[in-house]
Design a protein around this ligand. Structure first.
Ligand code: ADE
Length: 260
């Protein structure tokens, strides 16, 4: 998997590239991250790539020509056209499904904006996929690009040391994770659930699933509604137990769908 990041703050991405799980994946050659300073494609000696917005107003807008030149150069280097992703608060909201979809691409070029964003003609001409990491405004797309790269890279085989971590994530898609405990067995009077030290694998599996469903019903009923169609019979039965009204509304909706 290759990422190419086009940014005005390359040092931010460089630090990220050498650290932690991702740093190891880069060292092992499973993931490549190219970092490209947009200023290298400025049409002037002082590296300016932004200008005032037509119509006036606060902030600066990143000019289209440097971005067009940069993306075309990166594509011309080979490695396939890949998917072109622009990080912007107006984009499709990033989630695990989109991470899985992007993990299937061999290459992703990420455009990080700053200021008031890009000249709209970047979008008209290059038609990037616009991606947001949530309904809040960051100072720029760099942190968002790091979020996307980290979520996608973990799905590349071999990047996460123990593949069970990734498998378990996908088995429990649509549920929050169950609580976890580690030594010592007691902390300021708080022990651990007895079942976890029972050595009884099936009871432990069942307890974790129950906790995951209970937490999700309590905190994220929207996840339950969205993923109802994908749940196993066991998960659905637990939703009925912890959130009977929620389960009924999901079932009613499903019956409605089936009846056309
Ligand atoms: N740039 C600024 N805010 C952003 C967000 N929420 N998601 C992606 N890119 C952004």
């Amino acid at each position: 998997m290759r990422f190419d990041v086009l940014t005005l703050f390359p040092e931010l991405i460089r630090a990220f590239r050498t650290t932690g799980v991702l740093g190891r994946a880069v060292d092992q050659g499973r993931v490549e991250i190219g970092v490209h300073d947009l200023r290298s494609w400025a049409g002037n000696r002082w590296g300016q790539v932004d200008d005032e917005p037509y119509g006036g107003g606060a902030g600066m807008v990143i000019q289209a020509p440097p971005v067009l030149r940069a993306v075309r150069d990166l594509r011309g280097e080979g490695g396939g056209p890949g998917r072109l992703v622009m990080l912007t608060p107006r984009g499709r909201v990033f989630d695990q499904h989109l991470a899985e979809e992007l993990a299937g691409a061999g290459r992703i070029i990420l455009l990080c904006g700053r200021y008031e964003g890009f000249d709209e003609r970047v979008n008209e001409i290059l038609e990037p996929e616009e991606v947001s990491i949530g309904d809040f405004i960051l100072g720029g797309g760099e942190v968002a690009a790091m979020v996307v790269m980290e979520a996608v890279a973990r799905l590349v085989p071999g990047v996460v040391g123990d593949p069970r971590s990734v498998e378990e994530d996908s088995f429990t898609t649509g549920l929050l994770d169950h609580p976890a405990y580690t030594r010592p067995p007691e902390v300021e009077g708080h022990g651990i659930p007895e079942v976890l030290s029972s050595g009884h694998h099936e009871r432990i599996r069942r307890w974790r699933l129950e906790e995951a469903v209970r937490l999700t019903v309590e905190r994220r009923p929207d996840l339950i509604r969205r993923h109802w169609g994908l749940y196993t019979a066991e998960v659905r039965a637990l939703v009925r137990r912890f959130g009977p009204d929620l389960a009924r509304s999901c079932e009613t909706r499903e019956d409605g769908d089936g009846g056309g």
